[in-house]
Design a protein around this ligand. Structure first.
Ligand code: URA
Ligand code: SF4
Length: 215
């Protein structure tokens, strides 16, 4: 187990990557999770969304953004004028990571560790290389830090139009631009209704800004 690198197939199409990722043992997360949740969407997509990791529902169904954060994301995409079926959706980490209270049944989501994010990064880079999207939207710090490193702060760079780090862009041979915004679960978490509505509007504005980068 020294990262996903050893599990990448020779054929780097999205469908070959997705098939190979099913058998990834690049870090310990495959052991407790139900299945690998790989990216989904057309391989011609101009826009790629990168979330954090599958949640409970994504883990059970095998589809990214299948749970409550996904429902909010889908609504926000719609409000931003982005057609879900035309974009590619993936996560920085492809297996669900969770803990349980002692004796409890409920699976409580955990943050993936930096080691897990780095272990899983080859899949994300291979997806970027296969798709060469015009725009990537990083949903939250985990996604952004997978590409830019741990010093990256959403609070500082939110909504800015960024370039992919040079090494990634040159390997993938693309000129992709990147917008970082919050994770949809952060919008859901705010208990104050006014703040939550403002957070939602700001999230939609970031998505709309990303969409407007596509000619
Ligand atoms: N949150 C994510 O970041 N990704 C998912 O797939 C589900 C929830
Ligand atoms: Fe492989 Fe990523 Fe799953 Fe770890 S989280 S086993 S690196 S697919």
């Amino acid at each position: 187990m020294s990262g996903a690198e050893n599990y990448l197939p020779r054929d780097r199409t999205i469908s070959a990557l997705a098939a190979a990722a099913r058998c990834c043992r690049g870090c310990p997360l495959y052991q407790a999770a139900t299945q690998t949740v790989f990216g989904e969407g057309p391989s011609t997509a101009a826009l790629m969304l990168v979330g954090e990791q599958p949640d409970d529902r994504a883990d059970r169904t095998g589809h990214p953004f299948a749970g409550p954060a996904g429902a909010l994301l889908h609504r926000a995409l719609d409000d931003a004028g982005i057609d879900l079926d035309r974009i590619y959706r993936t996560n920085a980490v492809k297996h669900f990571t969770f803990t349980r209270h002692i004796g409890g049944k409920r699976r409580i989501r955990q943050w993936p560790s930096r080691t897990e994010v780095v272990s899983c990064r080859p899949w994300l880079l291979a997806e970027i290389e296969a798709l060469r999207p015009q725009v990537i939207v990083c949903l939250g710090a985990t996604a952004a830090q997978s590409l830019y490193g741990t010093a990256f702060r959403i609070t500082t760079h939110r909504g800015e139009v960024l370039r992919l780090p040079r090494d990634i862009a040159s390997t993938a041979r693309c000129t992709t631009r990147v917008v970082a915004t919050v994770h949809p679960s952060a919008v859901l978490r705010d208990r104050d209704e006014v703040r939550r509505r403002n957070a939602y509007d700001a999230f939609v504005a970031d998505l709309r800004g990303a969409r407007n980068l596509i000619p």
